[in-house]
Each structure stands twice: as C-alpha cells, then as structure tokens.
Design a protein around this ligand. Structure first.
Ligand SMILES: Nc1ncnc2c1ncn2[C@@H]1O[C@H](COP(=O)(O)OP(=O)(O)OP(=O)(O)O)[C@@H](O)[C@H]1O
Ligand SMILES: [Mg+2]
Length: 192
C-alpha cells in the first residue's frame, strides 16, 4: 500500500488555505477536513469562538479533535488527507507531523503567506459576498492575530523531524491529547 500524504494547511484568515485545499482535494486526491464547514451545521455559529465565547472555543477544539481522529484513521488506511485548520502554533504542527508519521503517512506543511493589505481586502470581500457565513474581521483583529501566528520555519517546510515534545508531555501524542482531548480514542487508553 502506498503511504498516504497528510497536508497541513497553515496560514492566517484569508490567506487562501481553503481555496488551495479545495484544489488539492481534487488533484491529490484527498479527504479535506475544514472545521468551518462543520461549525455552523453542528453549532449554528461559525465565529462565536472568535469573539470570546469560551464554550464555543471548546466546541471547535472538540470538533478538531474528532476530525483529526478521523484523519489519522484514514491516513493509516492509505487515504490522503488535508488538515485545513490554520495551525498557527508551531507545537500543533510538530504534534501532527509526529502523529501522521506514526501511522505511516508522509506529512507536509503548505504555508500560505498573505500581506496585511491583501488579507484585509480578501476577508472584507468574502464577508460581503457571503453574509452570515463569513465574519467582517477588523483590521485590528487581523493585526493582533498576526502577532500570535508562528510562521513556519524553513526546516518545518522542508519536512524536518520535530524536536522532542515539551515537558511535562512524554510524547507529541500526549501533547496532542491535551490540546485536543477528543482526539483520544474512547475505546483505547491512548493514541500512542
Ligand atoms: N490566490 C488567491 N488570489 C486571490 N484571491 C484569493 C486567493 N486565494 C484565496 N482567495 C480569496 O480570498 C478569500 C479567502 O480565501 P480562503 O477562504 O481560501 O482563505 P482561508 O485561508 O481559508 O481563510 P480562513 O482562515 O478564514 O478560513 C476567498 O474569497 C478567496 O476566493
Ligand atoms: Mg478557510
């Protein structure tokens, strides 16, 4: 069986991740997992977590954990997967790289960079085109989030092996289980 490819889509809002992921979905082909497409059907709201509803933020984490659980099982069966989460934190990317590699997949990161001016124009145009589905993010929100975003390094983009997981986590799997508690298989003690 050919090893699956797992693609981690990385970038800020409006960078073009989902657009690129839809292209890859057709051309790899691959199972694309974009949480935004699940939030509204499941919870009736895509963005409440972004404006400070702690319960909604938890919902997105639960959803992402289950999507990752699905993606890891699919990749283990040889199916290509696209993780369209944004993955702002380097540790998230390290953990997923480790987890997908552990199930026999090749993991790569696709980083979509976007300059602030283009980003603002895109999110405004998207909000105008799809009212109710896309949020009119302010320039201030975007500037603040840009500071939180950990840009992938050249090593990461070249597919370098992640460093050891940070203490107290004994592995990246343990780190991931803390970050996304619903990733744990409820029928097993651990994900590895
Ligand atoms: N390469 C591009 N050139 C011009 N416009 C683009 C490009 N990529 C995406 N867009 C447009 O920018 C907007 C945002 O793109 P997209 O939804 O793919 O971003 P995203 O990174 O998934 O954002 P989010 O994190 O908010 O989900 C869309 O309206 C899309 O049509
Ligand atoms: Mg998107």
């Amino acid at each position: 069986m050919r090893p699956a490819t797992a693609v981690l889509m990385v970038g800020l809002p409006g960078a073009g991740k989902t657009t690129r992921a839809r292209h890859l979905e057709q051309h790899l082909p691959a199972l694309r997992l974009s949480p935004d497409e699940w939030m509204t059907p499941l919870y009736g709201d895509l963005f409440s977590d972004l404006v400070g509803d702690p319960q909604a933020a938890g919902k997105r984490d639960v959803l992402e954990g289950r999507l990752l659980w699905t993606a890891l099982r699919a990749a283990e069966q040889g199916l290509n997967v696209i993780i369209d989460f944004g993955l702002w934190a380097r540790e998230e990317r390290h953990a997923l790289h480790q987890l997908f590699t552990a199930v026999g997949a090749r993991c790569r990161t696709e980083y979509l960079a976007v300059d602030p001016h283009t980003q603002l124009a895109r999110v405004r145009a998207r909000a105008a085109r799809t009212p109710g589905q896309a949020f009119a993010l302010s320039a201030q929100d975007l500037a603040r989030w840009r500071e939180d975003f950990e840009e992938p390094t050249a090593e990461e983009l070249a597919g370098a092996l992640p460093p050891a997981a940070p203490p107290p986590h004994r592995s990246w799997a343990a780190w991931a289980a803390a970050r996304w508690p619903s990733l744990c298989d409820t029928h097993a003690d651990s994900i590895g």
